[in-house]
Ligand binder design. Structure first.
Ligand SMILES: Cc1ncc(COP(=O)(O)O)c(C=O)c1O
Length: 414
């Protein structure tokens, strides 16, 4: 790489870039890839269990039967057949959608970027959970949003606090541009929004005329407990924009997600998407469509859920065995993540440095899930990628670092 000692391009950067920052997870990708590190950091799906033969058959069919179209540009909002397949995926969560209300995106991440690009002017207020998806923060910050974070607990965002904030904002003459919610198996907190709170949020959106962004990449990955309705399906007032992705049910490598929104909003998202990338990958869409034609997509989801459930159990058992009793953690019924809370005096960024250097183990420090960098005594532990043995060993090593730091703190306190 060319070396330049100072940033001579400084004066060229747009004002928008000044607040831009990298997501902690992206920063950790290089570390995660190091062979001698046990990584409980990445929220990566377990692509190892996707059958190579299935991919081979699907790609062969696409190449032999539709190669010219697969290699061509396509419509900005995606192919009709892909939309029909999305309708089927959403039906699995008892959510009925009109395919005309769907737009295909480049991963679920583009949906977050597009809603922010289209709805937010610098200084506009948006509301998120605290913690929120660390990968959404760079989008919110780059469009210079004023982000207000409302704490969540085991039942999701605390609706009493949300309501109080909405009242406060209304008095101040501010209407938030949207409320960003991850209802199922939250990234990073692992919790799900209770039925009661789902109804409350939909009601609040109606009363205060608000837009809810429902980001639901993990809804299909339930290991136990009863499926809960999507906010989109509960809303009869067109207040919910729904985002999801094929990343966790097929593969993130195909980079296909989707948004569902009322037609006027969809038209604007379409314009934003034209500017961003002209169209989603036609090749990837053809692969997905062929896969849906030749295979029962739910079979793979059912298979992979078994792997994730076993690993979740392994992580919960290891936490009980190796973490100090001063720590607590969530018990997710699905998804990829457990969220651990440590004594307030511990900072998980410092802890990560020690864990990597001394124990060769990685996790995501909690502060990446807050716009203002608070939440330092939390950590996200992912059970989706590591084997059961690695999970046991990884948690043991993290537990050791935590105990050492607690002992040090206590010794210094006298
Ligand atoms: C809550 C949430 N939203 C969006 C995304 C991005 O999805 P994709 O990989 O399809 O871009 C992720 C990925 O981890 C996520 O956890």
């Amino acid at each position: 790489m060319t070396r330049i000692d100072f940033d001579k391009y400084e004066s060229f950067y747009s004002r928008r870039t000044h607040g831009m920052r990298s997501s902690v997870m992206r920063d950790l990708m290089a570390v995660i890839a190091m062979p001698d590190v046990i990584s409980l950091a990445g929220g990566l799906p377990n692509t190892e269990s996707f059958p190579a033969r299935t991919l081979d058959k699907v790609m062969h069919e696409v190449a032999m039967k539709t190669s010219a179209a697969a290699l061509q540009y396509g419509p900005t909002d995606g192919f009709e057949e892909t939309k029909q397949n999305i309708v089927k995926v959403m039906a699995e969560e008892k959510t009925v959608v009109d395919p005309n209300d769907v737009i295909i995106t480049t991963g679920g991440q583009q949906g977050i970027d597009l809603v922010t690009r289209i709805l937010v002017d610098p200084g506009d207020t948006i509301i998120t959970e605290a913690p929120t998806y660390p990968g959404a923060i760079p989008s919110f910050v780059s469009f210079e949003a004023n982000v207000i974070q409302i704490p969540l607990d085991d039942d999701g965002i605390r609706t009493g606090l949300l309501l109080a904030e909405l009242e406060r904002l209304e008095k101040a003459g501010t209407r938030p541009k949207f409320i960003y919610i991850i209802p199922n198996f939250h990234n990073p907190a692992g919790v799900s929004l209770s039925m009661e709170r789902r109804l409350e949020i939909v009601e609040m959106a109606k009363e205060y005329e608000l837009i809810i962004i429902e980001d639901n990449p993990y809804g299909q990955l339930r290991f136990e407990g009863e499926q809960l309705p999507t906010l989109y399906s509960l809303d009869d007032n067109h207040n919910v924009i729904y985002l999801s992705t094929f990343s966790k049910i097929i593969s993130p490598g195909i980079r296909l997600g989707w948004m569902v929104a009322p037609p006027p909003l969809l038209a604007k998202f379409n314009l934003g998407k034209q500017a961003a990338d002209l169209c989603p990958s036609t090749l990837a869409q053809m692969i997905v469509n062929q896969y849906f034609k030749d295979f029962r997509w739910q079979d793979y989801v059912e298979e992979v859920i078994k792997v994730y459930r076993t690993r979740r159990d392994a992580m919960l058992a290891a936490l009980t065995e190796y973490f100090p009793e001063e720590a607590s953690w969530t018990h997710p019924q699905g998804g990829f993540y457990i969220w651990a809370t440590l004594p307030e005096y511990l900072d998980t960024v410092d802890l990560l440095a020690l864990a990597l250097e001394e124990q060769k183990v990685a996790f995501v420090p909690g502060s990446g899930a807050w716009v203002d960098g608070s939440g330092a005594n939390h950590m996200r532990l992912s059970f989706s990628v590591a084997s059961e043995e690695q999970i046991d060993e990884g948690i043991k090593r993290i537990g050791k670092v935590i105990r050492e730091q607690m002992d040090l703190y206590k010794a210094l306190q006298g």
